[in-house]
Design a protein around this ligand. Structure first.
Ligand SMILES: Nc1nc2c(ncn2[C@@H]2O[C@H](COP(=O)(O)OP(=O)(O)OP(=O)(O)O)[C@@H](O)[C@H]2O)c(=O)[nH]1
Ligand SMILES: [Mg+2]
Length: 273
């Protein structure tokens, strides 16, 4: 008989040249003592990030994992790789977080709570919902981020205030239901596309207010290509959802979950306060 181990929470951290942050972020998450496991997806960071993780693995045996890829293949494909890894091991709640402390690891349990106890299928650590915010980010970055959120909402009508957020908890069923091979984008647009797909497939989304901080150590991997992909990507999403059966394309045909309601667009739960 086939037996599955029941594993609860996996935090996926994509890394590219994060040697200044990786040790502290791993400790910060394990020190929560909330049973989070961590999977690092490192894209061959020239600064040796992967080796730092591997050196820490004996200390966190059975809780810390790493997948190494050979080159910088982008944030989106790193997460897709991690999602598939998590599903194959039967993790129930799968989290995204940046390595650079822009997202406070102490907020992870709040995202978990929203999915586990408050009916959400997707919990978003949101900067732009009531109670959320951004500190010490340059004005032009705030403008870009808020502009992207506004633009996305105008074009897609998706009722999510922080659609580019990269601090998220997904229930396993969501990631199983989405056909991950149909997720096309890699930067900000990847974050938008995942939420859009979840919403279109009828999953419940909840925004949990968080305070986002600019990174203190290491360098940003933001570039013009990522912004361009976002601008065009949102238009493409809307276009496909208008003129093709987007829901059908993005739904995993092998998945027979009852969680997603076939013919309904997802609701966004009222904000918690
Ligand atoms: N594996 C992998 N990780 C990546 C890649 N690009 C970025 N990352 C990681 O993804 C997370 C977010 O990247 P950041 O550079 O912080 O991007 P950002 O938050 O939009 O930019 P800043 O606000 O300027 O830091 C970090 O943990 C990066 O190390 C990539 O191509 N592959
Ligand atoms: Mg960052």
């Amino acid at each position: 008989m086939l037996r599955y181990t029941y594993l609860e929470k996996l935090v996926i951290i994509p890394t590219y040249n994060e040697k200044e942050n990786i040790t502290s972020i791993l400790h910060a998450i394990f020190n929560l003592n909330e049973g989070f496991h961590i999977l690092v997806i490192d894209d061959g960071s020239p600064d040796g990030t992967a080796q730092i993780v591997k050196d820490l693995q004996p200390k966190f045996s059975g809780q810390l994992f790493i997948e190494e890829r050979t080159g910088k293949l982008g944030l989106g494909t790193a997460y897709i790789h991690g999602f598939k890894w998590a599903i194959s091991r039967n993790y129930q709640f799968i989290f995204e977080i940046d390595a650079d402390f822009s997202h406070n690891p102490k907020d992870l349990p709040r995202l978990y709570h929203a999915c586990k106890h408050q009916g959400a299928d997707v919990a978003i650590g949101s900067r732009y919902t009531k109670g959320g915010g951004v500190v010490n980010w340059p004005k032009n970055r705030i403008a870009l981020s808020k502009g992207a959120s506004f633009y996305t909402r105008m074009i897609t009508w998706m009722p999510v205030k922080d659609p580019t957020a990269g601090f998220v908890c997904y229930k396993k069923e969501v990631l199983e239901t989405i056909n991950l091979d149909e997720i096309r984008f890699v930067g900000y647009a990847f974050q938008i596309e995942m939420k859009f797909a979840a919403w279109k497939l009828g999953f419940k989304i909840k925004e949990v207010p968080i305070i986002f901080q600019d990174r203190t150590y290491g360098t940003s991997k933001m570039n013009k290509g990522i912004v361009k992909e976002g601008i065009l990507g949102v238009l493409k999403l809307r276009w496909h959802s208008l003129f093709t059966n987007y829901r059908k394309r993005v739904k995993n045909s092998e998945q027979l979950t009852s969680v997603a309601k076939e013919q309904k667009t997802g609701e966004v739960l009222a904000e918690s306060k």
